[in-house]
Design a protein around this ligand. Sequence first.
Ligand code: NDP
Length: 252
Amino acid sequence: MTALLIPDNYRPRADLLAGKSILVTGAGDGIGRAAALSYARHGATVLLLGRTESKLEAVYDEIEAAGGAKPGIIELDLATAAEDNYATLAASLAEELPSLHGILHNAALLGERRPIADAGYKSWSTVMQVNVNAQFLLTRYLLPLLQQAPGASIILTSSGVGRVGKAYWGAYAVSKFATEGFMQVLADELQNTSNIRVNSLNPRGTNTAMRRAAYPAETPTNNPSPQDIMPAYLYLMGNDSAGITGKAFDAR
Ligand code: NDP
C-alpha cells in the first residue's frame, strides 16, 4: 500500500474549523491531546473523550485559557464500555448538538509485544476492544449525527505495522490492519450516500508515551513532537480535504 501525503507546505487557515464540532478519542495525552488543542485553536468545539478525567480536565483548561470554544468532556474507558454506553452517549450528544463534523479515532493500546505463539488472550482481546471494536461502536452510533453535517470527516489512526506486518507486534499490528479495513469498507459505503469522508492516518514515529514504551532505546527527542505533525490532522479534518475518501495517509 502506498500512503499519500498532504500537500507540500500545507498551511491551515486560522479559522479552518470554525463552527465545527469534533470528537477526539484519547484526547488527554500524546497525539490526541495535541490534536484537540490544535482543532480548538482553529475554531472547533472539541469533545474530549478519554479514560483519565484529570488529563481531560487539563486539556479543557488549556483550551479555555487560550480562548477556545468551551469543550466537552466525555469520560469513557473504551476497554470496558458496553454497547449501551455508546448508544447513551450518542443520544445525549444528539440532544446538545445539531450535528457532528468529525471524529478523530486516536485512542489505542500498544498491548504486549511478543510472538503470537506466546500471546495472552486477555491482552489480545483488550487491544482489539480498544483499537477496533470501540471505533466501530462509536462510529456506528454517531453516524446519524455526522450525517446531519453538510460535510464530515472521520480519521482513523493507523501505523506502519498496520500496513506491513512485523514480528512481535501482535494484536496491535493486527488491530491497525483491521483499522485500515474498517476505513476502506466504511468509506466505500458512505462515498455515494453521504457527505462523510473516511481516511486513515499513520502519524509515524512521534514522541509520545506510547512511542517511548515501544522503543525504549531511542532518544525520544529524535522523533517529531505531536505538535509537529498537526498539519496532517488539520488537513484531513477540515474542508481542504473535501472529496478525499478511502485513502491511507502518512502524517509526514
Ligand atoms: P499515547 O499512549 O501517548 O496516548 C494514547 C491515548 O489513548 C491516551 O490519551 C490514552 O489515555 C488513550 N487511551 C488508551 N486506552 C484507552 C481506553 N481504554 N479508553 C479511553 N482512552 C484510552 O499514544 P500516542 O499519542 O502515541 O498514539 C496515538 C495514536 O497514534 C494511537 O492510535 C497509536 O496507535 C498511533 N500511533 C502512534 C505512533 C507514535 O509514534 N506515537 C506511531 C504510529 C501510530 P490515558 O492518557 O488515560 O492513558
